[in-house]
Design a protein around this ligand. Structure first.
Ligand code: GLC
Length: 564
């Protein structure tokens, strides 16, 4: 078996504000997580990843941090955090923190100092630039570059006090830290060591392939109809990215074996990921790539492209092959930024939801890599029926809606259609614990409405039902823990041109697994080599009451095992 423990692990992501509210203020908190640790232990996950709980003005729900070494009072305090960490460890699980260091909050003392004057010693901790050559500072279009920010509007904000602009790839309350400055890097590493000394087991690193920028900062390509240029080639996978992560590894993780690091990297390539995750290079253990969650996205961001299963298979196939020898994949359908997968790539109708959720989980978890489960995914939670823009709370949805409808002249209905399908708030509605008011999430008013389907879809009902999505996920995790072929087996994609079935094998020593998922509501025969022989093999896992061999029922998944 493998020496790297996280290869046989499953990680569970908690979005604390939506997980469980113990104090009744409508917002999830650390006590709420402590209260539900047994749910996670029963599911069998190995690692918990906590989305940010640090002190924060909550402009982007905590991804804007004003004190990296304290807990936001919304969530609790350091003593409660220590209790959570101890409770997690006592149950044999590990805990990793979210590390958000591409940017801080504008209310962080570092930025407050930086903004206070051009001569302040922290001025160069952020990206300050004068107005565009020959333009009046603060005038429309005078920003140092033409980049748009991720949440709508320009990526630069003018600061009257000193007459310069600061860079923020996300909201104006999330100024980018200047990683070129060694003092910034040292401060970040010291903070990381402080958390590791406290006992945490690693970090999930927010947009960590944006920390290195191409100098000098320059205009991006402007497409017709767009309000801003696309600056991404100046800040995605920048020239010093590998160097910075290697330095971080040496300064923070050297001499501390057994940690887990995963870098969130929008726009990372397979070749880049091989380098980032090559254990000999000492950068990170795995990365989150985005290709498979962008498979339903066209060139026009406000268009919905129906999923082509062959495209999805092409993407996964490429990543599986690319990282087969060196490096390691992370596997995810969902997180706090993505819509619910059963609604997105499956079928969330009452007829098919349970089968589709199980099938999607099966296909994902049987790939080679470390699977991540996002809270509620183990229940088959669905997208929320948003009606108007007033139902959204997410800064991204609101900002992009404004830019698209006001600045770019799109029709509100066109934009809303996409936000309903893709908006991040789909993932952020409260966790559905039981069928009591607000799904048992809070005794107060939840900060974001609970999905009205909580009476049917909730943890209490699913834990009691052996046929539930919850128990299927539990079995998937168990299978990874028990079957070395799931962890270490070679991956071979089958039926690459089939638009209905997702099929592959995993081979390890004398064991071979066959995995097939039916991505349709119809019955489909899997025309694979050796079909009859496979039907005689051991059926390890499926999601229908009466399996019919390799003739797959709607949204059915099968996992067969045989010895070679
Ligand atoms: C990451 C986070 C997302 C956040 C952004 C800025 O993509 O996952 O939630 O808004 O970075 O920190």
């Amino acid at each position: 078996m493998t020496d790297l423990w996280w290869k046989s692990s499953v990680v569970y992501q908690i979005y604390p504000r939506s997980f469980a509210d113990a104090d009744g203020d409508g917002m999830g908190d650390l006590r709420g997580v402590i209260d539900h640790l047994d749910h996670l232990a029963e599911l069998g996950v190995d690692v918990l990843w906590l989305s940010p709980i640090y002190r924060s003005p909550q402009d982007d729900n905590g991804y804007d941090i004003s004190d990296y070494q304290d807990i936001d009072p919304l969530f609790g305090d350091l003593a409660t955090f220590d209790e959570l960490l101890a409770g997690t460890h006592r149950r044999g699980m590990k805990l990793i923190m979210d590390l958000v260091v591409n940017h801080s909050s504008d209310e962080h003392p570092w930025f407050v100092a930086s903004r206070s004057g051009k001569d302040n010693p922290k001025r160069d901790w952020y990206w300050w630039r004068p107005a565009r050559e020959g333009m009046e500072p603060g005038a429309p279009g005078a920003e140092p570059t033409n980049w748009g920010s991720a949440f709508g509007g320009p990526a630069w904000t003018y600061d009257k006090e000193t007459g310069e602009y600061y860079l923020h790839l996300f909201s104006p309350k999330q100024p980018d830290l200047n990683w070129e400055n060694p003092e910034v890097r040292e401060a970040v590493y010291a903070m990381m060591r402080w958390w590791l000394d406290r006992g945490v087991d690693g970090f999930r690193m927010d947009v960590i392939n944006m920390i290195s920028k191409v100098l000098p900062l320059a205009d991006g390509r402007l497409t017709a109809g767009a309000a801003y240029g696309d600056g991404s080639s100046s800040y995605i996978n920048g020239p010093r990215n590998h160097e910075f992560l290697r330095e971080m590894h040496d300064q923070v993780f050297a001499g501390r074996p057994g940690m887990l690091t995963v870098g969130e990297m929008p726009g990372v390539t397979v070749d880049g990921a091989i380098k980032f995750t090559d254990q000999d290079r000492h950068e990170v253990d795995m990365v989150f790539q985005f290709d498979h969650v962008w498979a339903d996205r066209g060139a026009d961001p406000w268009q919905l492209i129906p999923l082509r299963l062959t495209a999805l298979k092409g993407i996964f196939g490429r990543w599986q092959a690319g990282l087969a020898q060196v490096g390691w994949n992370s596997l995810y359908w969902n997180n706090h930024d993505q819509p619910r997968v059963v609604s997105r790539y499956g079928d969330d109708s009452p007829e098919h939801r349970v089968a589709a959720a199980k099938m999607l989980g099966t296909v994902l978890h049987l790939h080679r890599g470390t699977p991540y489960i996002y809270q509620g995914e183990e229940l088959g939670m669905t997208n929320y029926p948003f009606r108007t823009i007033a139902d959204f709370r997410d800064i991204e949805a609101l900002g992009q809606y404004h830019q698209a409808t006001v600045q770019e002249g799109r029709s509100p209905e066109e934009v809303l259609t996409v936000l309903r399908a893709r908006g991040r708030d789909n993932a952020r509605t409260p966790m559905q614990w039981d069928d009591s008011p607000h799904a048992g999430f809070t005794r107060g008013e939840p900060w974001l409405a609970v999905n009205p389907n909580y009476r049917e879809i909730n943890a209490k009902a699913e834990r009691a039902d052996p046929g539930s999505v919850f128990h299927h996920y539990r079995k998937l995790i168990e299978l990874r823990h028990e079957e070395p072929a799931v962890v270490d087996g070679d991956f071979t994609m089958l039926l690459p041109h089939d638009e209905r079935l997702y099929a592959f094998t995993r081979k390890f020593q004398t064991t071979e697994l066959l995995v097939i998922g039916n991505f349709t509501g119809e019955t489909v025969r899997a025309e694979i080599e050796d079909a009859i022989a496979w039907e005689e093999a051991e059926l390890v896992l499926t999601n229908v009451a009466e399996p019919t061999g390799l003739t797959l029922q709607p949204w059915q998944a099968v996992v067969y095992r045989r010895s070679m």
